[in-house]
Design a protein around this ligand. Structure first.
Ligand code: NAP
Length: 345
């Protein structure tokens, strides 16, 4: 069923989408927020957020997004539990086909669909995801009281997962493919100084053992003194070592991929990893506009570099301001086109 044309739809309800919703609702744009698969976005999967301005004691990720949603609703933003399955962006208004079977027509769109956890590609991961294999320590960590667990990755996500899991697990081992962490100084130090967290350097996960019935029972690791062992294994390098380890939980913390599948067939320009490429304006300044007029992007979906809650909130507000200005200009253009040509006597 297609409904009345809206001024603005915001796809995504993480920090970026919520921030856009607060700004757009305050500007009387009556935005509709499509909540997506993970309402509240990635912050709902995190514990304490310590670096969001204004919370000297830190704030829970879930609490932060709940408060953001209340703030957006207070100004009149509407929320709907749906994702965009197909976006027809060549004609105006845009037509969005939603996962709940409905269609929405909108003059402008803010894409704030974020990014989702990446998978390693280890044998057995499809079968064991949710049965001992997880991408979210805060969601599943408590199931691993007294277990031996692995965390895969060397960035901030992996350090955060390891630190959280150390509260429950008997042992936590971070498995990193090189011998140097990518994580920020502070997170790396906390993990390295933690007595229950060990590191396996120059090591990668090859396969997982177990079944949905018995859960995860072990993992196969591959290592090489110079790092990136999987590559070397396929090259037949004699220094590669393969080892089975007895673990009951494995957590992936290897970064995220942007949720832009629904834009692949559209004219919205994406980079080689699928992130939305925002345009620069005529003066060379960065905007939140995409290559399709009337489509804007905010948050992690257009930012593979910073990916912070506070930067997502910032770009969310920018996208709403850019959308508001664009809608005003479009309305002014339409009015000029409709008004009769003035003639002089
Ligand atoms: P990231 O910084 O891109 O780190 C990903 C890590 O996973 C890297 O160490 C990478 O190894 C490894 N990796 C990638 N693909 C792999 C594969 N196929 N197999 C094995 N290892 C693989 O991602 P992130 O940790 O999710 O962080 C993303 C951004 O969010 C960063 O800006 C980070 O600061 C931020 N963040 C902040 C916090 C916090 O402040 N509390 C928490 C989470 C994330 P290489 O190092 O060899 O490339």
């Amino acid at each position: 069923m297609t409904r009345e044309t809206r001024d603005l739809v915001i796809a995504g309800s993480g920090v970026a989408g919520l921030s856009a919703a607060v700004y757009a609702a305050r500007a009387d744009l009556d935005p509709l927020v499509l909540e997506g698969d993970e309402p509240g976005g990635q912050l709902t999967l995190t514990t304490d957020v310590e670096n969001y301005l204004g919370f000297p004691e830190g704030v829970g990720g879930m609490e932060l997004v709940q408060r953001g949603r209340e703030q957006a609703e207070r100004f009149g933003a509407a929320f709907e539990r749906a994702t965009i399955e197909d976006a027809a962006l060549d004609d105006r208004p845009f037509e969005l086909s939603l996962s709940n079977g409905e269609s929405v027509l909108t003059r402008a769109l803010v894409v704030a669909t974020g990014a989702s956890a990446r998978w390693v590609g280890a044998e057995g991961e499809d079968e064991l995801m949710g049965y001992g294999l997880s991408t979210c320590a805060t969601c599943d960590g408590a199931f691993h009281r007294g277990d031996d667990v692995l965390v895969i990755g060397g960035g901030d996500s992996a350090m955060e997962e390891a630190l959280f899991l150390a509260k429950f697990a008997e042992s936590v081992t971070v498995v990193h493919r090189r011998d140097e962490l990518r994580a920020s100084e502070i997170m790396a130090r906390r993990a390295r100084e933690h007595e229950d967290i060990a590191f396996r350097w120059n090591t990668e996960l090859l396969a997982l053992d177990g079944s949905p019935e018995e859960g995860l029972t072990g993992a196969t690791l591959v290592s090489h003194p110079d790092g990136l062992p999987k590559e070397k294994l396929s090259d037949g390098d004699a220094e590669v070592e393969v080892e089975e380890v007895d673990v009951q939980g494995v957590f992936y913390g290897i970064g995220h991929a942007p949720n832009t599948g629904f834009l692949r067939e559209t004219s919205v320009e994406l980079d080689e990893s699928g992130y939305v490429l925002p345009r620069t304006d005529d003066d060379g300044r960065q905007t939140t506009e995409t290559s399709v007029e009337g489509v804007f992007a905010a948050g992690d979906v257009m930012d593979s570099r910073y990916q912070q809650a506070v930067t997502a909130a910032g770009t969310g507000s920018m996208a709403a301001l850019d959308a508001e200005a664009w809608l005003d200009e479009a309305a002014a253009r339409a009015e000029t086109a409709e008004s009769p040509v003035e003639t002089t006597a």
